[in-house]
Ligand binder design. Structure first.
Ligand code: FES
Length: 84
């Protein structure tokens, strides 16, 4: 299972597939992160990806800044570190 590290929060958890998105995983582990639409449109949920990659199973219309991921609609592709 991919390991997900939320670096600033010091939270490391395994991605076991039971969450819809990295944002849900973060919230279930006590992180209080910004979000808006939760549909990949507004980019309010973007966070820097320090290591690794995400994928967007259902796509997205908003474009995150370079090096950032939209957590509301992404899942990890292998181990990942997020600066949140
Ligand atoms: S909350 Fe709007 S793009 Fe993620």
């Amino acid at each position: 299972m991919p390991k997900v590290l939320f670096k600033q929060s010091g939270v490391e958890v395994e991605w076991d597939g039971s969450h819809e998105s990295l944002l849900e995983l973060a919230e279930d582990n006590g992180l209080d992160l910004d979000f808006g639409c939760r549909m990949g449109n507004c980019t309010a949920c973007q966070q820097p990806v320090v290591k690794g990659e995400v994928e967007y199973p259902n796509g997205h219309t908003g474009e995150p800044d370079e090096g950032n991921a939209l957590l509301c609609c992404s899942v990890p592709r292998g181990d990942i570190e997020i600066d949140a």
